[in-house]
Design a protein around this ligand. Structure first.
Ligand code: F0G
Length: 482
């Protein structure tokens, strides 16, 4: 796990940083947590942050920043055009990814908007290892179709496969043969594949995908939002990367692609995004959309302070100590939960720990949203905010039928360098208690169900008094503990 061995033989991750700016947390009593959850309609997106003890909703825009990032923000060059801050970012990106052209955007989905507008036409197909919500939305908005080509083994919840994000090359060849290369808008590979549990893509697989794309003259796009975690796994799980530096692995990855875009809310630990492009014509086709939708070319909707922080954050991402922290904490959490019999996605990936609600609360039918119910129960039990990634996050068919999700997950994101190991231990403890008492957890039903993106705003209620019974059991077991 950690490069540092303990005399005791324990295998626990060790932080390679110290914390000098902190934010106070509060943990309200469980009765109050139940009230808050009820008011939020059992939807963790609607919880006010001051009522949350451990915010594990996402790793987006909430990673810890370094002293150097904060210092760089103080010397940002605010200018509408020609900002020196922008030039520093452009230079850093050219240095890291080796692509000549860069377009800034205010976050990852803004990059996807531009890419889809330029590359996707009605009826065109975008093969990818797996979709991300915003990616798919922008492609379908342009009339394109997403085809997911992750290997079948990548969708197995319990696995020992080191690179579950790998694309199935035979499926890619078949998709191109079926539609014809001319119909393929681009092929997209997502590093650290988010929706299947932050699972990485191997350099070997990316090279195979790249060879197929080049043979057919198809543009290969890398979503590098979760690249930092992916790099950790290339280095630690892939023999051919063992002796390469993180910078060398990054360059090998980029060399295989035509376009690399990213959400800097994840990669670079700040807030923003951008598109790195190899080809000048492609760059020129996209350039006009940046001033239209984002802002002038030298800020692209980002604050210059954030741009400075991204530049430093990207450089820090080339440091193994920095990128190891998240995956090592996640591996610790996943390992400890597995040991206690709590069902989780394995092997541990990046981004966060993914609890398998299908097995955790197997008595709750999918139409009663097992992952949503578990996310609600976990907030009540421990003040921990996770994110439902299951049926609740799907959209109904036009005739009103539910679309049942392949996986029912509660994602407990691990914002990078934010939580201490004792906080992670607390989350493990409360999850274990909940698992012991899982039969007390019941389902949810909608009170108010928006037609679009219902998981963001929807209000739900429990199907019975299970939440009151959960609170009573907590009091019986923990006395007056928070
Ligand atoms: N691509 C991936 C793989 C992502 O995980 C995200 C965001 C985006 C693109 C969009 O980037 O948020 O900057 O517009 N993921 C966040 C999450 C929202 O919570 O997983 P964005």
């Amino acid at each position: 796990m950690s490069k540092i061995k303990y005399f005791s033989g324990e295998t626990i991750p060790l932080e390679m940083h110290k914390v000098r700016i902190v934010q106070k947390l509060a943990l309200p009593p469980i009765e109050h947590r139940l009230e808050v959850m009820t008011k939020a309609g059992n939807n963790t997106f609607l919880l006010p942050n001051e009522e949350v003890f451990l915010d594990m909703l996402t790793d987006s825009g909430v990673n810890a920043m370094s002293d150097r990032q904060l210092a760089a923000m103080m010397v940002a060059d605010d200018a509408y055009a020609g900002s020196a801050t922008y030039t520093r970012l452009e230079t850093k990106l050219r240095d890291i990814f080796g692509m000549d052209y860069f377009l800034p955007a205010h976050q990852g989905r803004a990059c996807e908007h531009i890419l889809a507008k330029v590359l996707v036409t009605p009826g065109s197909v975008v093969p990818m290892n797996y979709h991300f919500t915003t990616t798919k939305a922008h492609i379908t908005l342009q009339g394109g179709v997403v085809e997911e080509l992750v290997s079948d083994a990548g969708l197995e919840v319990v696995s020992a496969l080191p690179f579950k994000g790998d694309m199935d090359i035979a499926k890619l060849e078949a998709t191109i043969a079926r539609h014809g290369a001319g119909k393929i808008a681009f092929v997209r590979v997502e590093s650290g594949t988010n929706l299947i549990g932050g699972q990485p893509v191997s350099l070997k697989n990316l090279a195979e995908v790249s060879a197929v794309c080049r043979r057919h003259g198809i543009v290969l796009v890398l979503d590098a939002s979760l690249l930092a975690d992916n790099l950790h796994f290339n280095k630690t799980r892939e023999a051919s990367c063992k002796d390469l530096t993180i910078r060398e692995i990054t360059r090998r990855i980029a060399d295989l692609c035509d376009i690399v875009y990213f959400s800097a809310r994840k990669l670079g630990c700040a807030r923003g995004g951008g598109i790195c492009i190899r080809d000048k014509d492609m760059y020129l086709r996209m350039r006009g959309l940046v001033p239209l939708f984002e802002g002038f070319l030298t800020y692209g909707g980002m604050s210059v302070r954030e741009i400075e922080a991204i530049t430093v954050g990207l450089e820090e991402t080339m440091d193994e100590d920095m990128i190891d922290q998240g995956p090592q904490f996640i591996a610790y959490m996943v390992g400890e939960l597995e040991r206690r019999g709590v069902p989780v996605i394995t092997p541990a990936g990046g981004l966060g720990c993914h609890v398998d609600a299908k097995r955790f609360v197997d008595h709750i039918p999918q139409e009663q949203y097992p992952a949503g119910a578990l996310a609600s129960a976990l907030y009540i039990a421990g003040g921990i905010r996770g994110m439902e990634r299951g049926t609740l996050s799907e959209q109904r068919e036009p005739d009103g039928r539910e679309v049942f999700s392949n996986m029912e997950l509660v994602r407990l994101a691990m914002p990078r360098r934010v939580f201490t190991l004792s906080q992670v231990k607390y989350a493990i403890d409360r999850l274990s208690w909940l698992h012991e008492n899982r039969r007390l957890v019941g389902g949810l039903t909608f009170v108010e169900e928006p037609e679009v993106l219902r998981f963001f705003y929807g209000l739900l209620k429990p199907v019975s008094d299970w939440q009151q019974r959960l609170v009573a059991k907590f009091r019986a077991d923990f006395g007056d503990s928070l």
